[in-house]
Design a protein around this ligand. Structure first.
Ligand SMILES: NC(=O)c1ccc[n+]([C@@H]2O[C@H](COP(=O)([O-])OP(=O)(O)OC[C@H]3O[C@@H](n4cnc5c(N)ncnc54)[C@H](OP(=O)(O)O)[C@@H]3O)[C@@H](O)[C@H]2O)c1
Length: 335
């Protein structure tokens, strides 16, 4: 079967389609004909050397496909089901342990899903939402589960509250869609006025161009009846955190998710304290969060926004497109 391998030193030029043996399912496992994956910033870091991985790693943490074989004792799935992988194959529910969230991420610390067939414990997959295409389903395990956990599991978002989403990448567009479906007011930021027009059409209530309004935190707070934003989807990291703190209401909640501006930086801790903020670092979520998300998508009819799609042998071009930041929503691989 065809798979993509990344050889060291990691770079987009060192991604190659190779032939490898097809896996076969053991007891408790399912064999999936992978049909699509989607790009996350995390995958980009892997394939460009930002996160060191073993030589020959198969990249990609997202997958959607069809079950083609089940091992002995499999209960939840049957041949023909459409399934999606989970970001943390062994973190099923409850509080995380290091063993469940470190050293076991597909496409990073273990082989991922850029392959024609993938095999794993049935508990490392969930059903996909009904009626989703394979590409739509493949967008969910990393970006959408993160947005779901940030807003509902951690934020306990209520109708009428305000959510701020940063930029128009995968996590932020899902957060916008989920927050609007839950009756929230959404403030969306972007570097592009054209992209702001698109989020407006999707229901964003307030728009801020973070390039032309560098003090966007103050501008966002001024839009809120409670003096600041209730929930912030913080995907920028050190370069945006100061503005997020300025945007938040007293007692507000910041979901610390992303590293788009770097891995470390200076944070005004006194301002965080004075705003009595709840800041929670999160990495994706559990299988149970994914199942909750799938139920919510079944009920709301939300469909992922897919920017573009590439073949498995075009994976480097897909990542080049992601690096250009011209995309809006998710970039997919289809195979
Ligand atoms: N902790 C977790 O569980 C978790 C899960 C998923 C993702 N993440 C992280 O979250 C971040 C976003 O991931 P993603 O997959 O959604 O990325 P993505 O799809 O590649 O998003 C890129 C978009 O982010 C926006 N952006 C870039 N720099 C920005 C800045 N300084 N301020 C505001 N927006 C900015 C841009 O939107 P515009 O073009 O509109 O400006 C850009 O198009 C990444 O750092 C990723 O590693 C973390």
């Amino acid at each position: 079967m065809k798979a993509v391998r990344l050889s060291n030193p990691a770079s987009l030029d060192n991604l190659a389609v190779v032939d490898i043996d097809k896996p076969s399912p053991q007891a408790g496992q399912i064999l999936v004909k992978a049909r699509a994956s989607s790009l996350n910033f995390h995958d980009y870091l892997v394939v460009t050397g930002g996160l060191p991985v073993d030589d020959g790693r198969i990249p990609m943490s997202d997958v959607a496909g069809e079950v083609v074989e089940v091992g002995a004792g499999v209960r939840e799935f049957t041949v023909g089901d459409t399934v999606i992988g989970t970001f943390f194959p062994t973190w099923l529910s409850g509080e995380p342990t290091l063993a469940q969230t470190w050293g076991c991420i597909p496409g990073d610390s273990m082989d991922g899903y850029a392959a024609e067939f993938v095999c794993g414990a049935e508990t490392s997959f969930t059903h996909a939402p009904a009626g989703y295409t394979m590409e739509e389903a493949a967008t969910l395990p990393c970006a959408a589960v993160t947005a779901w956990r940030a807003l509902f599991a951690e934020g306990e978002l209520r109708p009428g509250e305000t959510v701020l989403v940063q930029g128009t990448g995968g996590v932020s567009i899902f957060a916008l869609q989920l927050a609007k479906a839950a009756g929230a007011t959404v403030i969306a930021t972007s570097s592009s006025d054209e992209k702001l027009d698109r989020v407006k059409a999707m229901g964003a209530d307030h728009l801020i161009n973070y390039k032309t309004t560098p003090e966007w935190g103050k501008a966002a707070a001024a839009l809120c009846p409670r003096g600041g934003v209730d929930h912030i989807i913080e995907v920028g990291g050190p370069g945006t955190m100061t503005q997020s703190i300025a945007a938040a209401r007293v007692g507000g909640h910041i979901s610390l998710i992303g590293v788009l501006t770097g891995m470390a930086g200076e944070i005004p801790t006194a301002a965080m304290m004075m705003h009595q903020l709840k800041v929670k670092g999160i990495t994706v979520g559990t299988r149970e969060h994914q199942q909750q998300l799938v139920r919510a998508l079944d009920n709301t009819g939300i469909k992922p926004v897919i920017d573009s799609s590439f073949g498995l042998d075009e994976i480097a071009d897909a990542f080049r497109h992601q690096a250009s930041q011209k995309h809006f929503g998710k970039i997919c691989l289809s195979y």
